[in-house]
Design a protein. Sequence first.
Length: 451
Amino acid sequence: MSRLLIEGGTLLGLTTPADVAPDTDLYAEGGRIRATGQEASRLAAEAERDGARVERIEAPGDWVLPGFVQAHLHLCQTLLRNGPEGLELLPWLHQHVWPGEAAHDAGTMSISARLGIAESLSAGVVAVLDMGTVRHSDALFEAAAAAGIRYVGGNVLMDDPETTPPALRAPVEEGLAETERLHSKWHGRENGRLSVAVQPRFAISCTDRLLRAAAELARDRALVLHTHASENRAECALVERRTGMRNLAYLDSVGLLSHRTCVAHAVHTDDRDFRLLAERGTAVAHCPGSNLKLASGVCPVPELRGAGVRVALGSDGAACNNLLDPFREMRLAALLPRAREGAGSLSSFDVLRMATWDGAAALRLDGPEGFVPGARADFVVLDPEGGWSLPHDWSGEPYGAIVFSMGRESVAATIVDGVVRYRREDPSVGGLKPAAAEIHQAVERMRVRML
Ligand SMILES: [Zn+2]
């Protein structure tokens, strides 16, 4: 059983802006918080007296936060980073991403996943909602298990013969059988860190029958359902042409929207969509960097939140960002609403909640919010003096400094399930990050298959 003592940090629980505990120890056992304050150091000393090993982090001067949750990601696309520029969603998928995904073998998939997870852990990410591709999904779970990150994901479902390439198409029964196989092999493994999600790619890549069957599987097994929706105007227009319905209304009509659903993007949405998502309890993964890079538009985050929709943050895949860095997404998420709605439209505290607790809820991670006994021991330790964020005391609160002037260089450690999975002193992330030569060779293997 893992045991961890974080000594002397400032605990920022992010339950309310006032949830700040300076110079406070924290003790976790078996991946859950046991105690904070004097009780924490007492329990750690007691465990050590009994011969148990307690991992320690000395954190005086550091800020300890709930770890960042990446609510929309494609680890299979990390090796497709820095592809063609100047394309919108549909041509970008057809010209680069789908041929690239089809060119993977299990080995290149593994390198793609390791690279993306290492990048994520070193930026304070503790949990990901990851949409894989049609095949080689075991490599994703294997990489996540070895890295110790919390992983919700698996294979993607796509079967529409009119819109998808043959190499990336799986008939309804085949795609769902693969999700079921992954479920029986991986779901709940690694102390509960691995979970399978049901993932139809988006409305236009799936037949009506596949969408209905995916919704049924997610409902029967109580799994997270993850899909893209209303990212791009051409995508929305195609759905309307095919179904006569607005995109989200159509997804609802086939049973896809529920409290276990997380929809990526929701850029081209209006009042009717806000109400629908709020009524269904469906979460939105806001991906501002990806939406700007693919010229998709800007998600109406204040309106969604105002209607009662839970909005989390994602970077999307490295192919359309081109980074996996929650600090960049937080900065964009905080700034974009100001262009339309003024300086007070979304606070730094709210953005941090989107990047942490709202993400955890979107991934259906269990446990209470805050640094309380029983909460998941998933943390990021930030060093407010090591980067370029000093001074940070003018405003009387730490949140603006984190969102606007910190970055991945400020991450001193990332802890998942009560175990330190990244320390700044080790940029290889415990050997997880593939060597440059390994990355180049993998890309060459993929390139040959894409020609
Ligand atoms: Zn995506």
